[in-house]
Design a protein around this ligand. Structure first.
Ligand code: ADP
Length: 437
């Protein structure tokens, strides 16, 4: 019916301010709201342009990002959007503090730290969220989980009847982006929850040094660490994400307790201290514990049982690999290392692939006369073939992101590079540009 209400989707608009901008967040939020409402339709997961023409925005804003949404379509009419505008000014990358051993100083012969704390949102983590690509929508799933816990917390649901632990465990092969995803999620939350929490922090616990290096001190260290965590959590308008990386080091502590030379209770005591402390945190609304493991079987049920979400993070699929390689290629084109060529999105590439099935000679190398559409089709098909090869070899995201460096290293060795006339000169000479043809 004509008068049926329009279905609205929550769309987050993230407005990043310039480092020295002094404008009031409220003012910027209002201006951005007016600006966005001037559009008819907006693409999801895109960067908005045109705000530079609004003087108040031009002098303060650095970027306006429209987030993804759970709605399947690529763009939405403004009437279908329920806008949530978040204004933020990220802290400098080096705003780190350290927690060290019990003397409060770093040990001379040991550079590792038990934990670091950084202010969020942090400039160093900008772009991390978008750079992580997964075939199944792990990122949205995690955001939805946080949203669900907030709804329950706000409703003061009785913990004796419905309970959750605020613990998430990501596990899977090394290099699949687990640690990065935890950091990216912490950054995302600090932006999305800025209307509730005036501050946000990420505390990263280095499990390895906590449980193995200073094992004799681990018990005390855990206590000290958690008393610092409790202090941070007591600030009720500050949100805290605790990241416990490589949580399987817990097992090392347990195994140690089985050793002949140690008191058998040592290892267990440390593990139990940690679990007890984690249990205490579940009653705090402003904390989230993220943990990662390369070896879930080694963790032991005591920890795994505490996780509300146990998410397997797999090696990237062929499609995810295509996207990772595409973003690599786009970046080196943008930096002038490779001559410009349009690199099709995954969807376009899959359409080219379908059409190529009917006329397979499209894989033939391009000549300079071939038009740009044919060229980008060729790029798509080659990149898809490369992605399939990487998939067969079971390459991780980390391995894929270093492929361009290795590829260029090989190319440099062969001889002089082709220098198109549009090569941008660098400070100390002319930048080498590889011709993608
Ligand atoms: P893990 O904790 O699983 O060992 P990391 O978080 O250390 O993995 O990942 C290292 C880097 O590898 C990431 O910062 C990212 O650049 C890249 N990477 C890994 N997985 C992905 C992915 N799925 N999509 C994009 N990049 C990825």
């Amino acid at each position: 019916p004509e008068n049926a209400p329009v279905r609205q989707w929550t769309v987050h608009v993230e407005v990043r301010l310039q480092p020295r901008a002094t404008a009031r967040f409220e003012t910027i939020r209002a201006r951005v709201s007016d600006f966005v409402r001037g559009f008819d339709r907006i693409n999801l997961s895109s960067t908005l342009e045109g705000w530079e023409d609004v003087p108040e925005l031009a002098s303060s804003v650095e970027r306006i990002l429209v987030s993804e949404s759970s709605c399947a379509s690529h763009s939405l009419h403004i009437s279908e959007m329920s806008l949530q505008i978040h204004v933020y000014q990220p802290a400098d990358t080096d705003s780190y503090e350290e927690f060290t051993n019990s003397t409060g100083t770093r040990q001379d012969d040991d550079e590792t730290m038990a934990a670091t704390v950084c202010e969020l949102p942090n400039r160093g983590m900008e772009g991390l969220w978008n750079s992580l690509i997964y075939a199944d929508d792990i990122k949205m799933k995690l955001l939805d989980y946080i949203h669900a816990t907030l709804v329950f917390s706000d409703a003061n649901v009785d913990f004796n009847l419905v309970s959750w632990n605020r613990v998430v465990l990501l596990h899977g092969p090394p290099g699949t982006g687990k640690t990065s995803l935890c950091r990216a999620l912490a950054q995302k939350l600090s932006i999305r929850l800025s209307h509730r929490y005036s501050q946000a922090r990420l505390l990263e616990i280095n499990s390895h040094s906590l449980f193995s290096k200073w094992f004799s001190e681990s018990g005390k260290l855990v206590q000290r660490l958690f008393s610092s965590i409790t202090e941070l959590v007591e600030e009720e308008d500050a949100f805290l994400v605790v990241l416990i990386d490589e949580v399987e080091s817990l097992t090392a502590a347990r195994a140690w307790s089985d050793g002949r030379n140690r008191a058998p209770s040592d290892g267990l005591r440390v593990v139990n201290a940690l679990l007890t402390q984690l249990d205490k945190l579940k009653h705090r609304k402003n904390v989230l514990i993220m943990s990662t493991s390369n070896l879930v079987k080694a963790i032991g049920t005591a920890f795994v049982d505490r996780a509300d979400i146990v998410q397997y993070v797999d090696l990237p699929s062929r499609e995810a690999i295509y996207e990772i390689l595409r973003t690599c290629l786009c970046e080196i084109i943008a930096r002038g290392i490779v001559s410009p060529i349009s690199v099709p999105t995954l969807k376009q590439a899959q359409m080219y692939e379908l059409s190529a099935l009917h006329s397979p000679d499209h894989l033939v190398a391009t000549s300079s006369q071939v038009d740009s559409r044919e060229k980008s089709k060729n790029v798509a098909l080659r990149l898809l073939a490369l992605a399939a090869q990487c998939r067969t070899q079971g390459m991780s995201g980390r391995a894929l992101r270093r492929l361009p460096v290795l590829a260029l290293a090989r190319y440099i060795g062969i001889g002089p590079l082709n220098l198109p006339s549009n090569a941008t000169p660098t400070v100390n000479g002319t930048r080498k540009v590889v011709n993608t043809g």
